[in-house]
Write a protein that binds this ligand. Structure first.
Ligand SMILES: [Zn+2]
Length: 181
């Protein structure tokens, strides 16, 4: 989703579009062929945005609704998480002239970024925001905490009893380096 700055009318622009799942899945997983993925987006996240232009400054406000599957950090069971990511961004044209000092001051503002040329790649910006806001640690919900703990105990005892070389899954390979005696 690429928009032209000149297409933003005075009354603003309301845009709804879907993000590309294959692009996101590739970016959030080190190896997409692994049997356990860090995050898996089955359906395209939906962006709902308002774009406004003031002078050369572009304001982007809205949200992205997504749903993804990820392994529970404790028991590795796949859990589905629905996520609403708020988007609030200010984009200014990038000028490489003598306004450097000014830009350095403004870079402190996390909601501020820059665009070059006459177009803005909204899809890329929204994808970036979504990925930055993904929760790092996800565990089974409270109501299944008992099963979660049981599974994690089972897993621990499985790996302590098993010959470490038999651990085939690449993702679990890290467990081989753990000292278990
Ligand atoms: Zn769990």
């Amino acid at each position: 989703m690429i928009i032209s700055i000149k297409d933003i009318s005075d009354s603003g622009w309301h845009l709804e579009f879907e993000l590309d799942t294959s692009s996101i899945n590739k970016r959030v997983n080190f190896d997409t062929r692994s049997s356990i993925l860090d995050y898996f987006f089955k359906i395209p996240p939906k962006a709902n945005l308002n774009i406004n232009l003031q002078g050369e400054t572009v304001f982007i406000n809205g949200e992205v609704i997504s749903s993804f599957i990820s392994p529970c950090s404790r028991c590795l069971k796949e859990i589905e998480t629905k996520l609403l990511t708020k988007i609030t961004l200010t984009l200014k044209p990038k000028k490489n002239s003598n306004s450097k000092k000014h830009q350095n001051e403004e870079i402190e503002d996390l909601n501020l970024s820059y665009y070059t040329g006459v177009e803005i790649n909204l899809g890329e910006i929204v994808e970036e925001e979504l990925i930055l806001n993904l929760p790092q640690v996800l565990t089974c919900k409270k109501e299944s905490l008992k099963e979660c703990k049981k599974r994690s105990e089972e897993m621990k005892s499985y790996f302590t009893s098993k010959n470490k070389d038999e651990i085939a899954d690449e993702r679990l390979a890290i467990l081989k380096t753990l000292k278990v005696d």
